[in-house]
Design a protein around this ligand. Structure first.
Ligand SMILES: [Zn+2]
Length: 289
């Protein structure tokens, strides 16, 4: 084999390995999605068939492949599993590759993937239970703060919010605020206003506290600027499209509650990886000149 072929093979192997690690994380996320809203332990007992209670063995725990090999059925009672388990594993595997593709083999990529994994959990739990667990939001916010601290240490005040506060004509202070903290405040503030307005004037709950907290966490990730605005606009756009498709297909009626968390989660995943590419495209659609 030529050295080029060897490098190519190693390249493919590394990517397959990253995908498999991601899919294995997805397998854990399935457990979190099921157990966290029920307040069950995430560690013990080990996963078992929800139908016959038989514990899952090594074969059952191979992500994606086990579903394909076993035809989506329990080895013992033959009851079929929801295809969602495999979908979560597949998608989480792809987002692990996405982290590598977008951010390279860096600590930044690993942290971003952790935040994305939380957003995948939020997507499904909010879809099922109309709640966004605080733990998941707290992890996203923490990742945002850590990444911001890293950016501040390497790039200094160019990544901070800086302004001059004049107390008296002679006394002017320079105020330096971390982007993540301002982002949190702006994100939460914007969503509180929307939640208040939609409840007060449109008499329908447009947003819950979970959405407000998630917006704060994404504000920590994206900062208070156009990245956050793009994140919000994409979520609204996706929500509107899904709402229209849902009503047109007769899956839901006008006035049915559609949780906003899943749209925020999808938009958040895209923005965390590809915000630098997406934001200019989105903003050029909305800004004139
Ligand atoms: Zn079974």
């Amino acid at each position: 084999m030529s050295s080029l072929a060897v490098t190519g093979f190693a390249h493919v192997l590394a990517h397959a390995l990253i995908f498999l690690i991601g899919a294995a994380v997805g397998s854990f996320l399935n457990v979190v999605i099921y157990r966290l809203p029920r307040r069950e332990s995430l560690i013990a007992p080990r996963s078992r068939c929800l139908s016959c209670g038989e514990g899952l063995g090594v074969i059952d725990l191979i992500p994606v492949l086990s579903y394909v090999i076993l035809g989506g059925r329990c080895r013992h009672c033959k009851r079929s599993y929801s295809a969602r388990y495999m979908t979560v594993e597949l998608f989480t595997g792809l987002t692990a590759l996405g982290a590598l593709y977008a951010l390279g083999p860096t600590l930044h990529a690993l942290l971003a993937f952790i935040a994305v994994a939380c957003l995948i959990v939020i997507f499904f739990i909010d879809l099922d239970h109309f709640i966004i667990p605080d733990e998941t939001v707290a992890i996203v916010a923490t990742v945002g703060l850590i990444l911001d601290i890293g950016a501040l240490m390497s790039q200094g005040r160019s990544v901070a919010v800086v302004f001059h506060e004049m107390l008296t004509p002679e006394l002017t202070y320079e105020v330096v605020l971390p982007m993540s903290l301002v982002g949190m405040a702006v994100g939460a503030g914007l969503f509180v206003v929307i939640a208040y307005v939609s409840e007060r004037f449109f008499k329908r709950p447009g947003m819950g506290w979970g959405d407000v907290k998630l917006a704060a966490a994404m504000g920590a990730m994206l900062g208070p600027g156009y990245q956050f605005l793009s994140f919000f606009l994409i979520a609204v756009f996706v929500g509107a499209v899904i709402g229209i498709v849902c009503m047109a297909a007769g899956w839901c009626a006008r006035g049915d509650y559609i949780p906003f968390g899943p749209m925020l989660a999808l938009s958040g995943i895209a923005m965390i990886y590809f915000g630098d590419y997406i934001t200019p495209v989105v903003m050029s659609r909305f800004m004139i000149g």
